[in-house]
Design a protein around this ligand. Sequence first.
Ligand code: GRF
Length: 190
Amino acid sequence: MKNIVIFASGGGSNAEKIMGFFAQSDVAKVTLIISNNTNAGVLQKANRFGIESHLISNDDLKSPTELIEILAEKKTDLIVLAGFLRKIHGEILRKFPNKIINIHPALLPKYGGKGMHGKHVHQAVIDHQEKESGISIHYVNENYDEGAIIYQAKCAVKKTDTADSLAARVLELEHEHFPRIINEILIGHR
Ligand code: GRF
């Protein structure tokens, strides 16, 4: 059994799908949810699955010795960022080379980088009159949204789309593909 640790700052709908998928799996299990936000919906979701969660401060992220110890204790094989809005410290990147992945709600390399999260991403896609958007699952490196791309899936952008309607379509793609791609990574198919 491989061990997945999810980092999430928000509602955690992706984390929920991943916890659900791996609750039935003999490949891996989600062993821990890490959040930097006391009010994050993901914490209740972890509770419902009986999965341990751990709150960290932004200082813990800047000097991550304790966090690295926790990840080591959990024998972490893969760190999944699912709506985690902070940068991952270089020390963590070095300890987990090619073992940290993120999902971004657009077709990178476009519409990524600092400040490109949530509604901002979808509004920028609409403002540029793109005909399609989608999801990018990628490895994490020192720069926001610049690590190697593992998988992308596309959807149409409609003329009538608002940032909200596009966000909903993209989120559906995330839910459909993220757990499956994580599984493929863990069994060495990606
Ligand atoms: C998703 O759109 C993901 O692409 C981005 O943050 C959002 C998280 O949503 N990185 P949720 O918390 O999983 O519902």
